[in-house]
Each structure stands twice: as structure tokens, then as C-alpha cells.
Design a protein around this ligand. Structure first.
Ligand SMILES: Nc1ncnc2c1ncn2[C@@H]1O[C@H](COP(=O)(O)OP(=O)(O)OP(=O)(O)O)[C@@H](O)[C@H]1O
Ligand SMILES: [Mg+2]
Length: 248
């Protein structure tokens, strides 16, 4: 198992008011899965993702990640797990402005000990080639389209070769065609063996994944396998053909 969670709870204290963001979540996610987490705003999706990604700690419950017990580790050990095992992708890309594509992607490699700057560069170029941006190495974020910026963010998430990719609303800021392109990339990465967990509001996007977990009020209310996920590459080809027709 990549992720095993048992009766996970997270309570935030806001002054005197308790917000129960997670109220007893139990689930496990296996190696090679492609999971989407859905649910209304405030249902606890990001809270759950942040705990899975060791960005936050639960109030109670058990959590293990790739044979580690994050609950028993200090901040430094958690940071090291994040850097080695997890890649994050966010809705707002979170790239460093006025900094080239290549430098943005190199950054997480520099946090690792014993990697030369030459090797960091080599890995960053390889990750950017993987997401189809090998010709945009010296662009800065505002010279790239939204879809390209998200690809840079995905390359940055991949550069340390994590087993697990966590994406919180990765297509939330993108138009539908670009969203499907990003889903094609996630499907490809999943086929190559990456475990992917993605939060989305859009039912159409969830249909590209292999399993849909639905949350409500801090609880999992359904957990469903998708036998025949849609193929994003096929949908893109169909879209491109129909867009071509419109212009002819
Ligand atoms: N740092 C925090 N401090 C206090 N309350 C928080 C904090 N983070 C989240 N919450 C509360 O916990 C609940 C779950 O929030 P969460 O961000 O996990 O929802 P979400 O499902 O990701 O929503 P959205 O779809 O809007 O992103 C909400 O009621 C939210 O207000
Ligand atoms: Mg959220």
C-alpha cells in the first residue's frame, strides 16, 4: 500500500470554535492507482490531501505512507519524505515568477544532498522533456500559457521521481481542452507506474481516473472503481478533429 489511513480526524480551532474538517476517514490506496477525490467545497478534500502529503498532521487516527508513519516523525523527517516520495501539483501552479522554467524545475533537486548542479540540470531537462516542454526551458512563467505553466508544475513535481503524485484541482484554472491535455499527461504517468491522487470538482475530469472517492462533511460517503476510464488521448484526438472541421 502507498497510503493507509484509519479513522483519521482533523479539528481546527478557530478561537472558541471547533471546525471538524475530517471526522473519521478510513481508506487505503495501492501502488499504481489513479484516484480522484470529489465533494462539495469545505468537505475536507484539501485537508485530506495535505495530510497525505505530509504538509499537515491529523488530530488523531493512523496514517502510514510507503511504510513510514508520518505521525511519529519530526518536521525535518517529514520534509525529507515529502521531497523524496511526493510530488505536488496545485490549481494555481505555484511557479516562481521571473524565474525560468528550467530553474523552477531544478529547485526541488537542490534540496537533496549530494546532487551536483550539472546533474540537477540534467534531471530538470529530462522532466521538462517528459511533459513536452523541452523547447521552453528559458521561458519565464508569464510567457507561457496556463496549460504550459501547469506542465512546468508537473515537471517540477516529477523531478525527484516520487512514487506518489498529489494534485489538488490541477485543472481548476484551465479551459476544457487544456484540462483534457493535462489529464492525458496524468494518465500517461499513471500507466508508467506513478500513483496519482487528484482532487476535482468536475465529474468529467474524474471519469479519466480509475477510482472515485466522494466526501461530504469530513467523511467518505462513497468509493467507486471505474471499470472503463475515459481515454484522454482519444478524447483529445476527437476534439481536435471536430475543431478542425469548424475552421474548414
Ligand atoms: N487552516 C485551517 N484553519 C481552520 N479551518 C480550516 C483550515 N483549513 C480548512 N479549514 C476548514 O476545514 C473544512 C474543510 O476544508 P478543506 O479546505 O479541506 O475543504 P475542500 O473540500 O478542499 O474545499 P474546496 O473544494 O473549497 O477546496 C472547511 O470548513 C474549512 O473552512
Ligand atoms: Mg480544497
Amino acid at each position: 500500500m502507498v497510503v493507509t489511513i484509519e479513522d483519521l480526524r482533523k479539528t481546527y480551532l478557530m478561537g472558541d470554535v471547533k471546525v471538524e474538517a475530517l471526522r473519521g476517514v478510513t481508506l487505503s490506496i495501492d501502488n499504481g492507482e489513479f484516484v480522484s477525490i470529489m465533494g462539495a467545497s469545505g468537505s475536507g478534500k484539501s485537508t485530506l490531501m495535505n495530510i497525505i502529503g505530509c504538509l499537515d498532521v491529523p488530530s488523531s487516527g493512523r496514517y502510514s505512507l510507503l511504510a513510514n508513519e508520518p505521525g511519529t516523525l519530526d518536521r525535518k523527517a517529514l520534509a525529507s519524505i515529502r521531497n523524496r516520495h511526493i510530488g505536488f501539483v496545485f490549481q494555481s501552479f505555484n511557479l516562481i515568477p521571473r524565474t525560468t522554467t528550467l530553474e523552477n524545475v531544478e529547485l526541488p533537486v537542490h534540496y537533496r544532498h549530494g546532487v551536483s548542479s550539472q546533474e540537477a540540470r540534467r534531471r530538470a531537462v529530462a522532466a521538462l522533456e517528459k511533459v513536452g516542454l523541452g523547447t521552453r526551458l528559458n521561458h519565464v512563467p508569464n510567457q507561457l500559457s496556463g496549460g504550459q505553466q501547469q506542465r512546468v508544475a508537473i515537471a517540477r513535481a516529477l523531478v525527484n521521481e516520487p512514487e506518489l503524485l498529489l494534485a489538488d484541482e490541477p485543472t481548476g484554472a484551465l479551459d476544457s481542452h487544456t484540462s483534457i491535455e493535462i489529464m492525458a499527461l496524468f494518465q500517461e504517468l499513471n500507466q508508467q507506474g506513478k500513483t496519482v491522487i487528484l482532487v476535482t470538482h468536475e465529474p468529467d475530469i474524474a471519469l479519466y481516473t480509475k477510482r472515485i472517492i466522494r466526501m461530504r462533511d469530513g467523511l467518505v460517503i462513497s468509493d467507486e472503481r471505474i471499470d472503463n476510464p475515459r481515454n484522454a488521448r482519444t478524447d483529445l484526438d476527437a476534439l481536435t478533429a471536430s475543431e478542425g472541421q469548424q475552421w474548414n
